[in-house]
Design a protein around this ligand. Structure first.
Ligand code: PEP
Length: 252
């Protein structure tokens, strides 16, 4: 059974107190969630407190990044074990902002995905093309490469979530049409089928991300291969985030 996911990426926003308040407001307004998962990814400094604030609810905790070593002289980095220790279930890996501003390559993404799995974390691996790449008609080759290289050497895909996030749609208000998104999701699922075999891949969640709101998610989620959303801006207000959750839980 393929469950839907709504994941909120809070990026570098909110103090600890603001994060707790937002988490509590989401917890309070949460509808009864069947066949789905709600995930929030606050900043590292707020993970522990937000974990406490959501305890006893259906909301799961995610980190926005991690390093691929267990421990050592890696100033400023956070290990997968540390994320488990603070209560994370999921970790976002290879977000386009990490790739763009921190120069993460497919190989880094791959090392992180493998290490997260080894530590018992579930990676949400992000892929997506730039505007220029879409215009040039190379969306499939870019996304295909990111998926294959990100999963290189990963034997089991069960605990992995893929997020298709066209870079031109992130934080821009320019959402992909449901058809554009479905085309890429279908393409990604076929790559996974070729790599891992049909039946395993039926249950894999492929999320869409890029300017999702409660007003556009209904049409996106109606698409066969769109299994939820990774939400940035609209996850920073409880009402907006809850609106997306209600739309998805009502349709899937
Ligand atoms: C994101 O950063 O993952 C994202 C999808 O952001 P937004 O919803 O603001 O476009």
């Amino acid at each position: 059974m393929r469950e839907w996911i709504v994941a909120g990426n809070w990026k570098m926003h909110n103090t600890i107190n603001e994060s707790i308040a937002l988490a509590k407001a989401i917890k309070q307004g949460l509808p009864v969630v069947k066949n789905g998962e709600i995930i929030i990814a606050p900043t590292f400094t707020a993970l522990f407190s937000v974990g406490e604030a959501i305890s006893g609810s259906k909301i799961l905790l995610a980190a926005q990044n991690m390093y691929y070593e267990d421990k050592g002289a890696f100033t400023g980095e956070i290990s997968p074990g540390m994320l488990k220790d603070v209560g994370c279930t999921y970790v976002i890996i290879g977000h386009s902002e990490r790739r763009k501003y921190f120069h993460e390559q497919d190989n880094d993404v791959n090392l992180k995905v493998k290490k997260a799995l080894m530590a018992g974390l579930k990676p949400i691996m992000c892929v997506g093309e730039t505007d220029e790449e879409r215009v040039k008609g190379v969306t499939q080759s870019v996304v295909g490469r990111q998926v294959k290289e990100g999963l290189n050497g990963v034997e089991k895909i069960d605990n992995i979530v893929i997020a298709y996030e066209p870079i031109w749609a992130i934080g821009t208000g320019k959402v992909a049409t449901p058809e554009q998104a479905q085309e890429v999701h279908f393409f990604i699922r076929n790559i996974l089928k070729n790599l891992y075999g049909g039946s395993t891949v039926d249950d894999i969640r492929i999320l869409y991300g890029g300017s999702v709101t409660k007003d556009n998610i209904g049409d996106l989620i109606a698409m066969k291969d769109i299994n939820g959303a990774l939400v940035g801006g609209a996850s920073l207000k409880a009402d907006a985030f809850l609106g997306i959750i209600r739309q998805i839980s009502g349709k899937k």
